[in-house]
Design a protein around this ligand. Structure first.
Ligand SMILES: [Mg+2]
Length: 494
């Protein structure tokens, strides 16, 4: 048990923590009220060596395309680990990739590797109401290699128009089928398990992180879509050191659910099956779930009932906004923690440019002031013009002449102010572009589109109570930590 003093000490944000070691809070969460913590496995407890894994998935799926009669030439397609980021939308009808802001405005679009012009993007997506449901949301890491392959095939189809007699959408349907096949026939799993160190990252702090939560009297659960054999191999690899209290990875978890079929696990009523650990065979389970026993399938309602914990007493930790976070929150009112491993890189960049941000905000403020000054000047010129015209009609030529002269000076001033404003606007545009490129050369910052929050950022803000770049960052905080949201402010409150 962590002492009260220790907990008090930990209740403040540790100033020594680097940005990428922190846990960020969207919605206040008092860990003292959390009795059970469920974890997803892939990309949550077990981070991947992504480039290796995605390359493997890309190559294995491509093999299936060629076996199904697609041109042999496709085997030359290359996986580019740096082309895509999560949070993009896929327009399967047009073969396009879209980055959308929180107001559903498409800010960036690519067809294959070609960037769409502002006019094309505008006429295709921004002239009518945008329905995100028409598009596929790329929000898991597993989708990155899938969509990358789609992009490469789109590019190939455009260069060789008669080679594949299918629509982009039909090709995508094949792609989905071939990926499922690569998983079902074991071509990906067999390679990962044979060379697990190439594909799964071992975080030496995982054991300590989980131990700390156990010391805080949390009941830990594992709820993964991976099947038993794969789960057992991966968990054995990432939690391989043992002692008397925790002799193996299973001893950390009260409830273990494999093949859970999320998101259906949260809203469905599939039964649980007992897993025979030696053979992997299933048999239908009935009644309440037993502790430290491996189950397959099932649903969250029975799990809650068996554990005696429900709703906001449970925190679920996962990397998939929809399958892990959105549904556990919406269906059962579980509290949620999102693992966003891209934050590692993004936060390091943000730390690097922290000093420039103040300067940039100053530029935005100046632009507003200059723009306002210019509007005042223009309206004064317009009023003077009207007044001068009136005076001329009344034969008050001297007064009219005076106003015309004054307007000439004001006009000069306006031209000069306009020039300064354009220069400042160019500087702002360049600064935004440089910032975006420094984060990602093609798509920019994960959480931003220009100055606006990206759609992905909006989803993180709406559904994740807390978020961090890796599970093991939890070790820096007490299991009774009160995470407090500080950024829930409207523009008028800033
Ligand atoms: Mg996952």
């Amino acid at each position: 048990m962590v002492s009260k003093e220790n907990s008090k000490e930990n209740s403040k944000q540790n100033p020594k923590l680097k940005m990428w070691q922190r846990v960020f809070c969207n919605r206040s969460l008092n860990m003292a009220n959390i009795k059970a913590i469920g974890f997803d496995m892939d990309h949550t407890l077990a981070p991947y060596h992504r480039e290796n894994f995605e390359t493997l998935a890309f190559r294995e799926t491509l093999k299936k395309f060629i076996e199904a009669g697609y041109p042999e030439e496709l085997s030359r397609l290359k996986f580019d680990p740096n082309f895509l980021i999560r949070g993009l939308l896929v327009d399967r009808d047009r073969g396009n990739l879209l980055k959308v802001d929180g107001h559903k405005y498409v800010k960036l679009a690519f067809h294959g590797h070609q960037k769409l012009s502002k006019e094309e993007r505008h006429s295709l997506y921004n002239q009518q109401s945008f329905k995100a449901g028409d598009f596929l949301s790329m929000d898991t890491f597993f989708a990155l290699s899938e969509v990358q392959l789609f992009t490469e095939i789109v590019e190939y189809m455009d260069k060789h128009p008669k080679s594949i007699k299918k629509s982009y959408r039909e090709v995508y349907a094949d792609l989905r089928r071939f990926i499922d096949l690569s998983h079902a026939d074991g071509s990906i799993k067999t390679e990962v398990l044979a060379n697990i160190h190439l594909y799964i990252q071992k975080d030496k702090h995982l054991r300590k992180t989980l131990q700390r939560l156990l010391e805080g009297d949390k009941s830990l659960w594992l709820i993964t879509n991976s099947r038993w054999e794969y789960t057992n191999a991966v968990m054995n690899y990432i939690l391989d050191d043992s002692d008397e209290d925790l002799p193996n990875w299973k001893s950390y978890f009260d409830y273990i659910v494999v093949g859970s079929g999320k998101p259906g696990f949260f809203h469905g009523n599939q039964p649980f099956y007992l897993v025979d650990e030696a053979s992997g065979e299933h048999s239908l389970a009935s009644g309440k779930l037993a502790l430290n026993t491996v189950y397959h399938g099932g649903n969250a309602a029975i799990l809650q009932n068996s554990s005696g914990f429900a709703g906001d007493e449970i925190l679920y930790v996962g990397d998939h906004i929809y399958g892990d976070i959105m549904l556990s929150k919406d269906t059962h009112n579980w509290r949620t923690a999102l693992v966003l491993e891209e934050m590692d890189n993004e936060l390091q960049k943000l730390e690097e440019i922290k000093d420039d941000l103040g300067e940039f905000k100053e530029m935005l403020k100046n632009r507003e002031i200059m723009d306002e000054d210019l509007q005042i000047l223009r309206s004064k010129i317009s009023v003077n013009n009207k007044q001068a015209a009136k005076l001329t009609v009344l034969n008050e030529t001297k007064k009219a002449h005076y106003l015309v002269k004054e307007n000439e000076k004001l006009q000069e001033k306006a031209i000069s102010q306009e020039k300064d404003l354009r220069t400042l606007e160019m500087d702002i545009k360049r600064t935004i572009e440089e910032r975006q490129i420094s984060f990602h050369p093609v798509w920019g910052e994960l959480m931003k589109t220009g100055l606006e929050r990206s759609r992905f950022a909006d989803q993180v803000a709406d559904f994740a109570c807390i978020y961090t770049s890796r599970v093991t960052n939890l070790r820096f905080y007490s299991p009774f930590k009160r995470f407090t949201s500080t950024n829930d402010v409207m523009p008028h409150e800033e």
